[in-house]
Design a protein around this ligand. Structure first.
Ligand SMILES: [Zn+2]
Length: 346
């Protein structure tokens, strides 16, 4: 590990803004802002049960998971054409650039769209074109990860994979999201085995609300390379030891955990504990339009609530590059830029 320059606490907020980072846990459908929902609703002549941007934004102060899902699906219903998916991804990628995100590995939920009659091709091509344009125009290196909705069946996941394989060159991995409890990783063992044969990277949500056993199963049965969330791992010392020893990354989402009451207050979040235990924990935004902020908002609020310091900032950024699915040369380039950013604050 390189020596981290001494940085005064007053300069920490600016450092968090300016430091280069990777985002590894962002659901693109969760980045839809009310303004864009209304614009797309008009463009596609879709009616939504909200009369104004203000009314919709007010509804974002949901009280439970179901009220979130109601709005989430109303929002997704305006996405019909390839350009709609492009515009959604482009809006996120611009926000990512503003937060000095160098690398974004973006989740998408094709089943949310194919269930409404939108073709897989429409979804993948629109999102992928935005990722390609981001590289040249925004300097953000973006890739896609297809997620299976775990509340749906194994058969539906297989069907989704079949629909997606013609576009195998447009996504780098698969994940598992949606309602965790009651849908253990084992349900998708055969689907993930097939994805593995295809050379896809494997990740899964586990240990957000679900028990440590789901994290073990994601590792041992699904054979994932990263755990999305994983904060419940702290309840299991043997699991913590394994995650630390094998440097298995956790993509932690503090503001999401706060909104969905995984922790009662941000000050109660266990991010510091995960870092102190030597885990490769990272900070991410999850569904930023719904959960109160993009990357830098997650960093600044979490650092404020937990009293984290510059060394934690360096560790989290370094972890995000270590955990990303890039080649070694690209990773070294990111680390050089991280070092240069810290030098400017020394
Ligand atoms: Zn998530």
């Amino acid at each position: 590990m390189t020596a981290i320059p001494q940085i005064s606490p007053e300069r920490l907020p600016e450092l968090l803004q300016r430091m280069p980072k990777a985002e590894l846990h962002i659901h693109i459908e969760g980045s839809l802002e009310p303004e864009l929902i209304f614009e797309l609703a008009r463009r596609n002549a879709v009616s939504i049960p909200y009369s104004s941007v203000e009314e919709l934004r007010k509804a974002y102060a949901f009280s439970n998971l179901q009220s979130f899902l109601d709005i989430y699906y109303a929002g997704a219903s305006v996405l019909l054409q390839e350009q709609d998916f492009y515009d959604m991804a482009w809006a996120y990628l611009k926000r990512a650039q503003a937060d000095n995100v160098l690398r974004a590995e973006i989740f998408f939920d094709p089943q949310t769209h194919t269930a409404r009659g939108v073709a897989m091709e429409t979804v993948v091509k629109g999102l992928h074109r935005a990722c390609q344009d981001a590289r040249g125009q925004l300097g953000v290196d973006a890739e896609l990860i297809l997620c299976f909705l775990r509340h749906l069946s194994e058969a539906e996941a297989f069907e989704t994979l079949e629909q997606a394989l013609p576009f195998r060159d447009k996504f780098i991995g698969v994940g598992l999201d949606s309602s965790e409890v009651g849908h253990p990783p084992e349900k998708f063992a055969r689907v993930f085995a097939k994805c593995r044969q295809q050379g896809l990277h494997l990740v899964a949500h586990a240990g957000e609300e679900g028990p440590p056993a789901y994290v073990w199963a994601a590792l041992d049965v699904l054979k994932v390379e990263r755990i999305d969330h994983g904060v419940q791992s702290a309840k299991d010392p043997a699991l913590m030891q394994r995650l630390a020893q094998q440097r298995i990354p956790l993509t932690v989402c503090p503001l999401s955990n706060l909104k969905l009451c995984v922790f009662p207050k941000l000050a109660d979040h266990n991010l510091r504990q995960l870092l102190d235990a030597g885990l490769c924990a990272t900070v991410n935004s999850d569904d930023p339009a719904y959960f109160g902020g993009y990357m830098n908002q997650n960093f600044s609020e979490t650092f404020g609530a937990l009293g984290l310091e510059a060394r934690h900032a360096w560790q989290l950024a370094a972890n995000s590059f270590e955990a990303s699915f890039v080649d070694a040369a690209t990773r070294r380039g990111y680390m050089d830029r991280l070092g240069a950013a810290f030098e400017q604050f020394a």
